[in-house]
Design a protein around this ligand. Structure first.
Ligand code: HEM
Length: 383
């Protein structure tokens, strides 16, 4: 184990997967240049995620509902927010998502390169998420612009820029809340945003700051994640024509979902989440003090050879139980079902509208740069 790795795991030009594959066997815990302890091994990531008393999620001075909360506060918010993302709550939106995906796949140009991340993933994610929340389609370009800027700011590591981008987003969300105040005070069922504005936690209404934070979580980060997931899945399909043909021939939802999850395990674009230790703790023989900043590296853990054998081996059924794409423990992703449905619908529509998806010749796909994972651009030809 090294004390200080002279690297922040984000060196430009390196593929995060290859880099963490190389580090993990000898250095299951590394310290990056920001002073964070990065857990790379599957068992370490799982143990830390499941020990939410020692590994607190209160990592930011900004309000983050529910992800920055611990203990009873966290549980109280999850109890009132999770129902928005249940199978029952999402069921009416599935046909809406299907319509959006079918339109997008049908209108995507043929014979010229289409970027699976920007042209398909981001557009689909923004339209689907807006439809779910009841937001006007006129916000689409602003949201798409925001996803791009948020990525650029995150990649740059420039905190001020990242903060500016976050503030832009908060302003956008407030502009969505303002015209709904009256509806939120009334009795009509209203859209999902109105229902969120009416939500009560511990007997009181959510504050504006809490609502903004929840919506930031439901949209801000996740529009980008969904777009990246689409990029990873489309890249895999374009480079595995036999799998593409098998799926195009028709498979049950459960099988398609397992295939998508396994593709994302191999190349997990949602790289890591932060924690802070509440007391001294030893991790793989390394003594972490109280107050240590820790990163759970999902991308690396999902490629741990001790759990998955050769990291790139494709085994949807065999690897499902240990797959960490949506996290584990009390903070595990409440949006898993929504993402799964979105990805299923998007992949199905794309396969149904095409006879082939291939990488565009002469336009190589480009990897994202850590801390973002997956592909930045995946130019494909739709046949
Ligand atoms: C697109 C693919 C997505 C991936 C790969 C993903 C992954 C994750 C992971 C790994 C966590 C655990 C974080 C932690 O332990 O600190 C998480 C948490 C979370 N996700 Fe997702 N997510 C996705 C989409 C979504 C969507 C669509 C939503 C909501 C609409 C969502 C809402 C959340 C929230 C609110 C949390 C925080 C939960 C908590 O701290 O209790 N996610 N997600």
């Amino acid at each position: 184990m090294t004390d200080h790795m002279p690297d922040d795991l984000s060196a430009a030009g390196r593929d995060l997967r290859a880099y963490t594959d190389e580090l993990r066997p000898a250095h299951p815990v590394v310290r990056n240049v920001a002073g964070e302890w990065v857990l790379l091994r599957h068992d370490l990531v799982v143990s830390a995620a499941e020990d939410d008393v020692t590994f607190s999620s209160a990592v930011s001075r900004h309000l983050q509902v529910p992800n920055g909360l611990d203990g009873d506060d966290h549980a109280a918010f999850r109890a009132v927010l999770d129902p928005f993302l249940s199978a029952e709550a999402l069921a009416p939106f599935v046909p809406v998502f299907e319509g959006i995906a079918a339109d997008l796949a049908a209108s995507a140009p043929r014979g010229v390169p289409v970027d699976a991340v920007a042209d398909l993933g981001t557009r689909f994610a923004v339209r689907a998420q807006s439809a779910w929340l009841g937001w006007s389609p006129s916000l689409e370009d602003r949201l798409v612009g925001w996803v791009g800027e948020n990525h650029a700011a995150t990649r740059s590591g420039d905190r001020l820029w990242t903060q500016d981008v976050a503030e832009d987003f908060d302003a956008l969300i407030l502009s969505v809340l303002e015209p709904r105040r009256e509806a939120a005070a009334g009795d009509e069922p209203g859209d999902v945003t109105v229902q969120l504005m009416r939500t009560r936690v511990r007997g009181r209404r959510l504050t504006d700051d809490e609502i903004v934070s929840v919506l930031r979580n439901w949209t801000g980060g996740d529009l980008g994640s969904l777009a990246l997931c689409v990029g990873v899945v489309v890249h895999h399909l374009a480079t595995h024509p036999e799998l593409q043909d098998r799926l195009r021939g028709g498979v049950a939802d459960a099988e398609l979902d397992a295939v998508v999850d396994e593709i994302l395990r191999i190349d997990n674009p949602f790289v890591s989440n932060r924690r802070v230790t509440t007391c001294p703790v030893e991790v793989a023989g390394v003594a972490l003090p109280a107050g240590a900043r820790v990163k759970l590296h999902w991308t690396s853990a999902n490629r741990d050879e001790d759990v998955f054998g050769t990291p790139d081996d494709f085994d949807p059924a065999g690897h499902a139980a240990a797959n960490l794409v949506y996290g584990i423990g009390r903070h595990a992703c409440p949006g898993r079902l929504l993402s799964t449905v979105d990805l299923r619908v998007a992949v199905r529509a794309l396969l149904a509208a095409t006879t082939s998806i291939t990488l565009a010749p002469g336009q190589p796909a480009e990897r994202e740069i850590a801390p973002v994972g997956g592909w930045a651009r995946v130019p494909v030809l739709l046949g």
